[in-house]
Design a protein around this ligand. Structure first.
Ligand code: PMP
Length: 358
């Protein structure tokens, strides 16, 4: 068996050990004589999987007691709409820190439901940095930021303190490092980058937020519906939650978030060093102090060379290195499940390619 060096941006690499465990249990899960996919979501064996995923998440992220952990569907994109539906108050504003296209989408959806303001943006500079300085608003419903910008390869290093509830889209860096959950009122992330396959969205929300949420919205779109029913209001994506539970076990077996963070830093610095030592052959998109440890974005001297690099990378067994269609260039997404060896192989390939084409 040959596994590809998978640098896809999402859906993305899943740890081999997780895939193998799922494979070994696929046809007969835990002596039930059926696959997890075939279990009733109201059955005891499934409930155990569901609750184990939630409790592992709590443990690994050190989520305080006064937060709910929810498993929803609709991706992070549904959260762009659900958050303002539930928390944007009449006559108040939702504040956005704009660090990329995903922040724009979040703001645009909120804007359809109420008033929004932009606190800071790096759009004029092609989102090459995190716009960290802004005036902290006293009034409004919440402040929203995107912790890691998948397309541009920028990442918040230190989160701001805000007077209003802070909400973060952590789709592309959740559980890649230790964070203090208590700084946030709501954290959300689609699973398909660091947590497993697509299909489930993790939401971590302060209970106090739910108590003050808007009424009069359809039940399925209300956070409190899901929290009251342990994310079993309707049929959840059972297989995706099962895979999530295996990924969380894998994280635990690998030393938890502290160890994962260290390894992620090592992986990223391998690739950034390669860029920095290339004498301009490779150019990073992000400014150095905003660089992401999850998505390494870069270009080569010209379009033809970039094309040649991408073509050769595929021939050499690397997958997913083309940049997002909106900015082009190259992007190596090095989420938790991408092993160090894959980054070492890529750094080696980059150095070789440079030697040949300089
Ligand atoms: N936010 C970020 C930061 C993302 O990277 C993505 C997907 N790439 C989304 C939101 C949208 O996620 P989904 O496809 O799960 O709706």
């Amino acid at each position: 068996m040959k596994r590809t060096y998978n640098f896809n941006a999402g859906p993305a690499a899943i740890p081999l050990a997780v895939l193998e465990k799922a494979q070994s249990e696929l046809v007969d899960f835990n002596g039930t004589g059926m696959s997890v996919m075939e279990l009733s979501h109201r059955s005891k064996p499934y409930e155990e999987v569901h609750n184990r995923a939630a409790s592992l998440l709590r443990e690994l992220m050190e989520i305080p007691e006064d937060y709910e952990v929810l498993f929803l569907q609709g991706g992070a994109s549904l959260q762009f709409a659900m958050i303002p539906m539930n928390f944007l108050k009449d006559g108040a504003s939702a504040h956005f820190i704009m660090s990329g296209v995903w922040s724009e989408k979040a703001q645009s959806e909120a804007g359809k439901l109420g008033s929004t303001t932009i606190l800071a943006t790096s759009k004029e500079d092609r989102y090459t940095y995190i716009p960290e300085s802004f005036e902290d608003p006293e009034e409004g419903s919440y402040v929203h930021l995107t912790s890691n910008n998948t397309i541009y390869g920028t990442q918040w290093e230190k989160f701001p303190s805000t007077k209003l509830p802070l909400i973060a889209d952590m789709s592309s860096d959740i559980m890649s490092r230790e964070i203090d959950v208590s700084r946030f009122s709501l954290i959300y992330a689609g699973a398909q980058k660091n947590l497993g396959p697509s299909g489930v969205t993790v939401v971590i929300v302060k209970k106090e937020m739910l108590e003050n949420a808007n009424e009069g919205i359809p039940a399925i779109l209300k956070y409190s519906t899901h929290s009251k029913q342990n994310s079993l209001y309707n049929t959840p994506p059972t297989f995706a939650i099962y895979m999530l539970s295996l990924v969380l076990e894998w994280m635990q077996d690998n030393g938890g978030l502290k160890a994962i963070e260290e390894l992620n830093k090592k992986k990223a610095s391998l690739l950034y060093s390669c860029i920095d030592q290339s004498g301009g052959f490779y150019k990073g998109h992000a400014e150095k102090d905003s660089r992401s440890a999850m998505n390494v974005t870069f270009t080569l001297k010209d379009e033809n060379l970039t094309k040649a690099f991408l073509k050769e990378s595929i021939e050499k067994g690397f997958s997913g290195l083309a940049g997002h269609r909106s900015i082009g260039g190259c992007r190596a997404s090095i989420y938790n499940a991408v092993p160090l060896e894959a980054c070492e192989a890529l750094a080696e390939f980059m150095a070789e390619f440079q030697k040949k084409h300089e």
